[in-house]
Design a protein around this ligand. Structure first.
Ligand code: B12
Length: 390
């Protein structure tokens, strides 16, 4: 590995460096430990995205177990763990162990950050794939990630059904053949959540998934919940930053929620029907089948309407202060709503938005939420479930 700092601290050229690979690398960027040093991980995330990599960022304060679950469900090629809290010797081996427990001991772990040279051998001996110290150039990090890409085999060397589901989804999404015997079934309830960027869709979907798990604890017949979250793919590099899963508290929910992030261009939901059926068909064993599926759209804007063709119910999320009554009257996204959500209802302009929504909604429900506080989430959940096919 080189040690040039030149590109590490300056601008990183946007360039598709992954076009020749079997598939775009999927990297799970994780921060374990209790510290808040997220600058390094953000620099790496941007550099990888600008090189054509699909970067899944799971957020701060992950445990080895939550990171292993994320790696399995995202079917990533490699975990890039940024360690700044001097806990690498404890957490690194635990992450390797966790991956084994999730049926994915084949996913390599790369560690970087503040790692003394003297600790590197111990980490490598414990199963960590590679260690990178401060000063590693971004080009070297990109190349290391690229080197982990292997062809997407149809069957994994694991009997873990969720790990196999995650691989089936990778194949379906990239329009390759999925194993012929993969079970398929449409989940009982498939709900689309759409709205413009910044409307709080991810936080809302995370809150709905958490609400579902809370209710399923009281009523196991509700089954398990899954989420598919789409984010945009760069038209220049084909890279993507998939950051929606950081809204879900996996340290608490663990395997009760299956969460998959996918990158698409525009509104290209070509593989969505297959993805829906594969998720519904997955036998979750003791954990239960996925009867409820939330699909979060990319959130492109007013003309993002195709999601409606794939789901049973569509919730359109709006926030105060984003437009006036004329915006409401434009054809497109508002027409596809089965119900409206006024999220961030504590923001200025909420009364005006509610008034405008009531004007156009007809018989459709309008629900106020503050997703970050959980306000209105129970009511929204009830409204969505009531209308979704059972
Ligand atoms: C900036 C900084 C902060 C900022 C953090 C801002 C933020 N949002 O990230 C602030 C001021 C908040 C902060 C606070 C603290 N900090 Co501080 N901080 C630093 C400092 C000066 C620079 C870190 C940085 O951002 N570098 C720039 C980024 C781009 O580089 P990087 O993170 O190293 O990442 C690069 C490489 O390491 C590599 N890399 C990183 N991760 C990975 C992962 C993979 C897979 C790969 C391939 C590569 C890779 O690639 C990146 C790009 O080149 C370092 C000292 C230093 N010079 O490193 C101390 C340092 C990390 N901090 C330290 C400490 C102790 C703290 C505090 C506990 C101090 C205190 N007593 O309050 C608090 C903790 C706060 C908290 N909430 O956790 C210690 C950690 C000691 C250790 N681990 O042994 C350090 C090393 C300082 C020291 N010498 O003691 N800190």
């Amino acid at each position: 590995m080189g040690t040039s700092l030149s590109v590490a601290t300056t601008e990183f050229e946007k360039l598709d460096r992954c076009a020749e690979l079997d598939h775009r690398p999927r990297v799970l960027l994780g921060k374990m430990g209790l510290d808040g040093h997220d600058r390094g991980v953000k620099v790496i995330a941007r550099a990888l995205r600008d090189s054509g990599v699909h970067v899944i960022y799971s957020g701060l304060w992950q445990t080895p177990r939550s990171l292993a679950i994320s790696a399995r469900d995202e079917d990533c090629d490699v975990i890039a763990a940024s360690m700044m809290s001097n806990s690498h010797l404890v957490l690194g081996p635990k992450l390797v162990e966790g991956l084994g427990a999730m049926g994915r001991s084949d996913i390599p772990v790369h560690m970087g950050g503040i790692i003394p040279q003297a600790d590197i051998k111990t980490l490598l001996d414990s199963g960590v794939g590679a260690c990178f110290t401060t000063g590693t150039s971004l080009i070297d990090i990109v190349e290391a990630v690229k080197s982990t890409v292997r062809p997407l085999d149809q069957s994994l060397a694991t009997d873990h059904p969720t790990a196999q589901l995650a691989r089936d989804l990778s194949l379906a999404h990239s329009e390759r053949d999925v194993r012929a015997d993969a079970p398929r079934r449409r989940p009982k309830r498939v709900i689309g959540v759409t709205g413009s960027p910044g409307a709080g869709k991810s936080t809302l979907v995370a809150a709905l998934a958490a609400e579902h798990t809370r209710r399923a604890e009281e009523d196991p017949s509700l089954g398990r919940v899954a989420v598919v979250a789409f984010d945009p793919m760069s038209p220049i590099t084909s890279g993507a930053l998939l950051g929606d899963r950081l809204r879900v508290d996996f340290n608490r929910l663990e395997e009760k929620v299956f969460y998959r992030s996918l990158a698409i261009r525009g509104e290209d939901y070509h593989s969505l029907d297959a993805i829906i059926e594969l998720i519904g068909g997955c036998d979750g064993g003791d954990l239960g089948a996925f009867d409820t599926l939330f699909i979060e759209t990319v959130g492109a804007g007013q003309n993002e309407t195709r999601i409606r063709d794939h789901v049973d119910r569509t919730a359109v999320v709006l926030v105060p202060g984003m437009g006036d009554a004329v915006q409401m009257d434009k054809a497109g996204i508002l027409e596809i709503a089965d119900l409206f959500v006024c999220n961030k209802a504590d923001h200025h302009g909420q009364n005006e938005l509610m008034r405008d929504l009531r004007d156009i909604s007809g018989k459709r429900e309008v629900i106020e939420t503050i997703a970050t506080h959980g306000k209105g989430v129970g009511e929204l959940y009830d409204a969505l479930m009531a209308g979704a096919s059972a």
